[in-house]
Each structure stands twice: as C-alpha cells, then as structure tokens.
Design a protein around this ligand. Structure first.
Ligand code: PLP
Length: 919
C-alpha cells in the first residue's frame, strides 16, 4: 500500500510551499515544476541523494520497521506513489505492473450479479477483460455511447449498477465523454456505483478526472507517464479512503505491485511529462490540421470540427497527442502505414517516438470483427501517436507515405497535394486515377479475380555438396506456376489442377475441419511448427477419398486448404474457385512445388485481405498553357513492384506451404519463387548458421533446360554421396572444397555489376564444366544426362551442360551465350526432342513472384482528353481482370481461358492479360 499521506497536506490545488514572508506569498507551483521535483518530506534520504535510490530488495530486516516485504511496500515505490498522487490531485496513488493490472485490481471490486456500464469505444484489452468478467464471473456489462449521456440513463440502476467505466477521449476514435456531467448523474441515480476513468490518453498533465467527480482513476503508465516505451506500469489514484484501503489490500493480496526498478524508471519518466506532452501535443495539432486540409476525416479534439471539443476544453487542459483518421479504404490505409519510415508501426502510444497503427488489425484486433463493426470502429482507421521528433520531419515522412500509397497526388497546379479521389473528381473527364478506380473496385470485392505467377528454380552450382555444408547457388527459372482465383458465392471452395491429371476438387466451406484449425491473426507469423491436427484432418477426412494415384493432387489440396483455413479470421471465409497451372515440369527438381506454394500463398493472402498491391501511380495532368486542356502524363515514378514487406509475408506463407508439402524444406525454393534472381544458400550446421543471401544485379541468362524424363530417387542419391564420403573421405572432401570454390566464384561473378557480359558467360561456362565433372566423380550422373551433355557439347554446338539438382536423371542445364545462332538452337532442340528428351528454352535469374494488377479498361473519352493507358498495357480488347469496372463491366473472366488454354500458349497469354507487377 502507498504511503499514508496527510490529506490536508495535499490539497486539490496541488501543494503550495509555505509563504516565506507575509508580504511575498509564494504562488502554487505549476505542473511542470511539480513533475520535475520529486520531494517527499516524510521520506528524506539519509545521504541526500538527488535521485531516488532503487531499493532492489524483496525483504527488510527487523520487526517493526516501515517496510517488511516488497510486495506490501517498498521505499522506491512509495516515493513514486507519493509523486504520482501529487501530480494527479489525489490523496492516494498505487503503482502496479501494467495498465491492465490496474484495471484488474479495480474490477475486483465487483461481485457476481453486479452491473457495469462501459463505453463502446474502449481500449481492446479493457473490452477483453470485461468480456471475461461477463462470461466467467456473472457480471453484466452494458456498452453504451458515453458521448451521449442519454444512452447511460436507461442502464443506471440505484442498486444494481456497481461501476461506470469511462474513457475520454476514447481510444482510438477520440470521442469525448463529459466526465463531470456523467459522474454527477451517476452519483445522483446510483450513489453506490464507483465511477472509474481510464485517463491513459491524457495523463494527469492534461486531465485529472478526480477533479470532476471520478472515484477511481487509472492510467497505463506504460504510455505518457513513463514516456519511453521501456517499461510496463499502471497507476491507480483516488481520494476516497475506503477505496484506497481496498486497492491497497487487493494489490498486496494479488501481488502485482510495481517492482523497485520499474518504479525508479517510472519516477524518472514522470519528471519530463509536461515538457514531452507540450511538444507532442503541438506537433499533433500540426499533423491534424494537415490531414484535415487534405480532406481526410480526422478525429482529434483539438480541431474546431470535433463534435466534443467544447466539452473536452472544459474538462481537460489540451487535446493530447493521439489522433486518428480515415482514408476510406482499408488497403489504402495499410499501404500508408507500411510506407512510413519515421513513424514506427507499433501498438501503444505515449512514447517520445512517433507511432502509426491500424487499430482494427493491431491494438483492437482482440475485439472480433463483427463487434468492431457494430461499435462503428472503421477498418480503415489509422491512428497516429505523435512523439517529440522535429515536426517537419514527421510531416515530410507522412506526406511521402501518403504519396507512395496513392492516397494523395499532385494537384493539377503542381503546387500542392490533394486526396487522390478528390483529384479524380476534378479530372473526371476521362482522366480517372487508377488509385480511385481501385477504391471503387473494393466496393465489390466479391467480383474480383486475382491472377498470380511464380518462377521455378534451378540449382546452378553446389548440388549435393550443399548437404555437406557447401554453398549452393539457386536461381529463378522463367518457367512458372500460375494461379488464378475467381469468386463464387455458394459457400463452396473448389480447386482445379489442370496439369495434375486434370484434377477437380470441391468442398463445402462449413464442412472443413474448422475445429482443428488455429487461425493466425493478421500480422502474426505462423508458428514454426505446423498444426499437425489440421494437416491430419485434411488428409484423413476432407481428402480421404483421394487414392494412391492422386497423391500429388492430394498434397496440393491439403496445402491449399490448410493455408486457406489458417488465414481465415473472424467471419472472413471467402468462397472461391482456385485454378493452378504449371509450365514447369512437375517433379523434375525445378521447384514446381515451391512455385505452386508461392502462388497459393499469394492468392490466399489477397483473398483474405492480408496483403494489397500499391496502386499504379496516379496520372498527372499537366496543362501546357493556361488555356490548353492539357495532356495526361502517367507518373514517371517507374513501374512499381510488389513491396518488400509484402514479398516477405508471401514468402513466410509459401514456406508454410512447403512444410506441408515436404516436411522440412530448406526455404531456398520458396525464396527463389518469391524473390526471383539468384541466391547463395548455405545449410545450417557445420559450425555455421544457415544463410541465404540474394545475388542481385545481373541480367538474366539464357539456359536450355532438358528434362531427361528419367525418374530419380533423390534420397538414394543423397545417401550414396554420404556413403562415398565415409568410404573415401579424402577424395570427397577435396571435391566439396572445390565445389565451395566454384560457388564462391559463381557468386562473385554473378554479383559483380562491373564484369563484362562475355566474361561472365565464359566464367560460368568454365564453372559449369568443372562442377559437372565433380558430380560425375560423386556418382550422381546418369547415361541419359551424359548423352544430353554429349549432344550439346558436340562440335556443332560447343555448349556447356551440367546436371542440376539431385542428378540420376531429372534435368540438365545448358548455358546459351547471348550470340548463339537461333537456327542452331532450334536444331539442337529438335535433336533433343528426337532423342526422347524434353527441352525448355528459358531464362534464369529473372523476376520473382508476379501479380496481374487489377485496373479498369480505359475510361470513355470526353472533352477531348486522352485516355490513360498504363505502360505495358496491350490493346483495350485483351481480357483483363478487375472489379466491377474490369471483369464485371466487361463481363469477362480470365478463368475459362486460363483453365482451357494449351500449356504451350499459357505464358504468352498470361503476359498479354495486362500489366504485371513483380517482386
Ligand atoms: N488503457 C488504454 C487506453 C490503453 O491504451 C492501454 C494500452 O494500450 C491500457 C489501458 C492497458 O495498459 P497496459 O498495456 O499498460 O496494460
């Protein structure tokens, strides 16, 4: 329990030092002076230390001392509590281990049958704890709109109402409750009810609810009071001795009082509360005005337009340093949040650093989506918690993020920015911003198709040796898996795998094994270990009727359904059809499963709204002369790729898919499928952690991939090399060392932007020869592979070839120099075909995952203004996907063509569908 303080010594007007003389009375100290001055006359330090020492002890010696056990009392904590009481207009203060711990102590005043009236825009954790009391303790909770006293009245009951729990401003909608009026009404109508206020958003500097009639006030001191996000703490303050006595008793009984070290840190933080708040608040005002001027809906009680401003100004000393605003589109908000640099994406607030968050996906994600909707919490809401950085840096960073996300665009006068849709309104004559089209499209997300693709991989160097700790070089091969999702609206989900025996599967969504599923909330990573119960249920019940001849399709469907279910959160269980096709030979060691995994993960993340594409840069209309109607420019920010954070998220889920398919994958194949290019991979163990490093910057290389069509037993081949290493360690170790040298050399050459192209190609040719010779010595080649090598290396072609992957069959890779004659190439290809092989001419090291961008066909021209044609767009008649403006308006869907097209035409057709963006 906190120190006993003489109530007379602490008046509500805060203590005033004794006057020095009757002629020069001292004025009461101002808040910032009180904050900085930690003085407790009844706890003088024996050495006069300037800062309160940390009494890091659990026990105290002796029988009749002031302290005996730190759960019950500790001098550092007493100092803190004295100080907190002083700055909160309180007679009693208690410091506990977190804001929630404070609320927990307060809610222990309740008993079964009691009724609580609480706000409908409460902090998510508060809501969670109240829900727990309702379901486990038999307490009734009425959530009402506390901005409207009328809504409280019907629930206020003279005997049943035991507590009224208020927040003002609320978090995150910044609604204002008239704390003074509500406290007065509660006292009149339900005199036994305790009025509790969560004052976290304001801190005692800006608002002291005890002055307005509250009985108990608590703060998450994790926020402004500490100010540096380096501790968790909660503070309870009150003036009523009876409540103080119960608080002290409960804290001692529960044992959640603040530790001495945290008490020290919190005391230190409070000294700068006023100065931090002043700076944070003034910058927030600037930011709020900036967003308001741009036309966003801004929630901040400092703005004249705020409906609760008048009340707030009466009960508080400032609007605070949290604001929220809406963009009108959840994906747009996500992009804005993702595009900021200085504003850290984080839950919580009150820190000296500025933070940005989306409450529905973060701090309030524990409130289920339906309840969030019922309580009017918009999914597109962005919360800004302003820190002490320079205001111009914060504004600059925010503006860049708004531009990058497509929320604002340069106005026609090129002097200022306007909201993208406002600009579009102004330019409606044909010049429709695609960012806005996207917003419109989101109104009917149910009609949206998504078309994605991901490359396979080829191991260029280091296969087999990689098992023994040598670095391997893997590169993306431009043979791809394609995935297309098309919504259906019948509570079913279906899969079509044309290239796996034309497999069709269909399931009722409700009949999937949801009981075995543990959904992973938005933003969280999938646990390292798979949910085996879900894998088993899918394999053994949902997909049980797929026989031994359908194992590939079964594995693909289990993977797809696992990810679908694990991403489903709340009510989000979309009904759709998924079709996948692969121009990669399946099971030939070219990463076909990883490219499928990447496509499945991407479509599912898009369907579940977990990732979104940045909009295409909005067009800018530049008038040539004042009278000129102008011509339309597509912004020259370049072709936007898929942002790295989105790619990371896709890759994580593609890795989960690979785990379902392979048990213990290295992660190389999915990384190549997502990021493209090439990467150097070294396995963990052998005294090193596992490492994967992208090799960027080389132009893709032409390769001929030849499938020997000889099936292999990879495990046997790997075991064979292991055996050889045991029998002939000297020979094998020497080979491993030189393969490491080959990989190092290849990595260096590929990653060297200065190396002339011819030198790169001849270096690679030499390394290919050398690496293959080592693989032959290791015994993993095959007569079919040697025959491919002999053909390609014959004097008529003079090309270098090596086996790739496990060997023993599978594929061979042949480097094709840039100047190789086309006729000779065609001849070689037909020779290989004649010998029963399957050659694919492809490039290696190119783009990773791709998504066809949904956009609309050109808007009809009016007023003589040009249409906007996104760069790389084929003619307007080509089929394309999109929302109502795309697929629906034109009545076209890509799915039928996609599923029926001959495999040979697939890649070219996909490319012609519109504008793809890549990682
Ligand atoms: N009250 C409000 C308004 C909050 O924002 C928070 C935390 O974000 C809490 C209470 C809970 O505080 P703590 O996280 O310190 O337990």
């Amino acid at each position: 329990m906190g120190p006993t303080i003489d109530p007379k010594a602490i008046s509500h007007d805060l203590p005033t030092p004794e006057p020095e003389s009757p002629f020069r009375p001292r004025k009461p100290y101002k808040f910032s002076t009180l904050c900085a001055t930690v003085e407790n006359p009844s706890q003088k330090d024996q050495y006069g230390s300037s800062s309160v020492p940390i009494y890091q002890t659990s026990t105290f010696k002796g029988m009749n001392g002031e302290y005996d056990y730190s759960r019950s009392g500790n001098p550092t904590r007493s100092h803190l509590e004295h100080h907190l009481a002083k700055i909160s207009s309180a007679e009693h203060a208690f410091a506990v281990s977190s804001g929630m711990a404070a609320l927990d102590i307060i809610l222990r005043l309740l008993k079964p049958g009691d009724e609580v009236i609480a706000g409908d825009d409460l902090y998510g954790g508060t809501n969670r704890l109240l829900t727990y009391l309702r379901t486990h303790v038999g307490v009734t909770v009425h959530h009402v709109d506390t901005t409207n006293p009328e809504s409280l009245r019907p629930h206020l009951h003279a005997t049943k109402t035991a507590m009224v729990l208020l927040e003002s401003p609320t978090n995150p909608l910044l609604k204002i409750a008239d704390l003074a009026l509500l406290s007065k009404e509660v006292k009149e109508k339900a005199p036994n009810a305790v009025v509790v206020v969560d004052n976290t958003m304001m801190s005692p500097y800006l608002q002291r609810p005890l002055e307005h009639g509250a009985d108990l006030v608590y703060d998450s001191a994790t926020k402004y009071l500490s100010g540096h996000h380096d501790l968790m703490a909660g503070v309870i303050t009150c003036n009523r001795d009876d409540l103080a006595q119960r608080m002290g008793f409960l804290i001692n009984s529960v044992g959640n009082a603040l530790t001495p070290f945290d008490a020290f840190l919190l005391l230190r933080g409070t000294k700068t509360l006023a100065i931090r708040m002043d700076r944070q608040q003034s910058t927030t005002m600037i930011v709020a005005k900036y967003l308001h001027t741009l036309g966003f809906t801004v929630y901040y009680p400092g703005l004249a337009s705020h409906p609760g401003k008048e009340i707030h100004d009466r009960i508080a000393d400032g609007p605070g340093a949290v604001l929220s605003f809406r963009t009108g589109d959840k994906e747009l908000s996500e992009r804005i949040v993702g595009a900021t640099r200085l504003w850290g994406i984080s839950v919580s607030f009150g820190c000296v650093n500025s933070l940005i968050s989306m409450p529905c996906a973060m701090s309030h994600a524990s409130i289920d989506p339906a309840t969030r909707a019922a309580r009017g919490l918009p999914e597109d809401l962005i919360r800004l918690c302003v820190g002490i950085e320079d205001p111009s840096d914060l504004l600059d960073d925010l503006e860049r993020a708004l531009i990058e996300a497509g929320a604002i665009a340069l106005a026609a006068d090129l002097n200022s920015y306007v909201r993208a849709n406002l600009q579009a309104d102004a330019l409606r004559d044909g010049a429709i911003s695609r960012a806005v089209e996207k917003l419109a499209m989101r109104e009917a997300p149910d009609s949206q198709e998504w078309f994605v693709s991901a490359p396979g991989k080829v191991i260029l160097f280091g296969e087999h040796a990689v098992v023994h700790g040598v670095t391997a070089i893997a590169a993306a091969v431009n043979l791809r898996c394609y995935g297309l999702v098309k919504p259906r609206h019948d509570g079913k989900i279906s899969v079509h795998l044309s290239d796996i025996n034309d497999f069709h599967g269909e399931w009722d969504i409700a009949s999937l094994p949801w009981d075995a599923c543990t959904p992973v909330p938005r933003g969280d990573a999938h646990p390292e270990v798979l949910n085996q119960a879900l894998v088993d249920s899918l394999q053994n019940s949902t997909l049980a009727d797929l026989g031994a001849d359908q194992q590939q399709a079964k594995a693909a469907c289990a993977t797809f359904l696992y990810i679908y279910m694990t991403l489903a959160w709340g009510e989000g269980r979309p009904s759709f059809h998924f079709a996948a096709r692969s121009t990669l030979p399946i099971g030939a060691g070219l990463g076909s499963s990883a490219s499928f995994s990447a496509c499945a993960a991407t479509t599912l993340l898009l369907l579940h709204d977990r990732i979104s594409l940045p909009p295409l840069p909005p067009p800018t209309r530049i008038p040539e002369t004042p009278d000129d109607p102008g011509h339309i420019h597509v912004s020259h920010q370049g072709r936007r790729g898929i942002p790295p954070a989105t790619a990371e998220e896709i890759n994580q889920w593609a890795f989960v898919a690979e785990k379902i398919l392979h048990g213990n994958p290295s992660g190389v194949d999915n990384s190549v499928a997502v990021f493209g290019g090439a990467l150097a991979y070294t396995r963990a163990g052998f005294g090193k952690p596992s490492g994967m490093e992208g090799i960027q910057g080389f132009k893709s290389l032409r390769f001929l991939l030849t499938n020997s069509k000889i099936p292999r037993d990879t495990k046997k081949l790997v075991a064979g090399v292991g055996q050889k290493k045991i029998q002939e360690p000297e020979l094998v170790n020497k080979i491993l060392d030189s393969i490491q040298d080959i990989s190092n050399e290849a990595r260096r050459a590929l990653g060297d932007p200065e190396l002339p192209r011819e030198q790169l190609l001849s270096a690679l040719a030499a390394l290919i020869k050398e690496n293959h010779a080592h693989l032959v010595t290791l015994g993993v080649s095959h007569p079919a592979l040697e025959s491919i090598r002999a053909k390609t290396g014959s004097s008529s072609y003079n090309l270098t070839t090596k086996l790739t992957g496990a060997g023993g069959g599978g594929c061979a890779v042949t480097l094709i120099p840039d100047d190789f004659q086309e006729a000779a190439l065609q001849e070689l290809i037909s020779e290989l075909v004649q010998s029963g092989f399957e050659p694919y001419l492809t490039s290696v090291g190119g783009g990773g995952l791709g998504i066809l961008t949904p956009y609309t066909p050109n808007a009809p021209s009016t007023a003589g203004v040009d249409h906007i044609t996104p760069p790389g767009t084929p003619n307007v008649d080509s089929p394309r996907i999109g929302g109502p403006a795309g697929a629906e308006r034109s009545g076209r869907s890509l799915a039928p063509t996609f599923e029926a097209l001959p495999l040979d035409d697939l890649a070219q057709w996909a490319e012609s569908c519109g504008r793809w963006v890549f990682v």
